[in-house]
Design a protein around this ligand. Structure first.
Ligand SMILES: [Zn+2]
Length: 149
């Protein structure tokens, strides 16, 4: 409980879906607004491009779960609501974003993503895991659990 704990207050982070800014937030505090653009911070998975993803990975104080997906991919659509629910349940402790590999291929190419969905986790700027396959419910929880603080 040393990292991220300030005088008994557990600090987390939420990415603003409107401007992309990463906000340090007090865990459990509801109704937080983005310090940059004042948009409400929901923690819902947002679409990002390669530049935004690289910046997020480099600067996020919490683990980042990335869903490499494409609109034509059925299993990807099946996973989407499970990712949204995970993002809501872990808001502040985990940032969840989506990369459409039809449009944004730089990071996916570097990871050698050959099939989608591929889920990848970065923590402290380092890639922890990247695995293809549709994970839902408890399987998704088990996938992310070792990477949460
Ligand atoms: Zn914002």
């Amino acid at each position: 409980m040393s990292n991220g704990t300030v005088q008994g207050t557990v600090m987390g982070a939420l990415r603003c879906g409107a401007c992309g800014g990463v906000n340090r937030v007090e865990m459990g505090k509801v109704g937080a607004k983005c310090g940059r653009c004042q948009a409400a911070l929901t923690g819902a998975p947002a679409e990002v491009d390669d530049d935004q993803l690289e910046r997020l990975i480099a600067t996020s104080p919490v683990p980042v779960l990335v869903d490499f997906w494409a609109p034509w991919c059925g299993p990807c659509r099946a996973v989407a609501p499970h990712l949204a629910s995970l993002a809501g349940a872990q808001a502040g402790r985990l940032i969840v974003v989506k990369v459409n590999t039809d449009v944004h291929q730089r990071v996916a190419g570097r990871l050698n993503v050959r099939s989608i969905p591929t889920l990848a986790v970065w923590r402290d700027g380092e890639l922890r895991v990247a695995e293809a396959g549709a994970r839902m419910g408890p399987a998704l929880q088990a996938f992310i659990e070792p990477h949460l603080r």
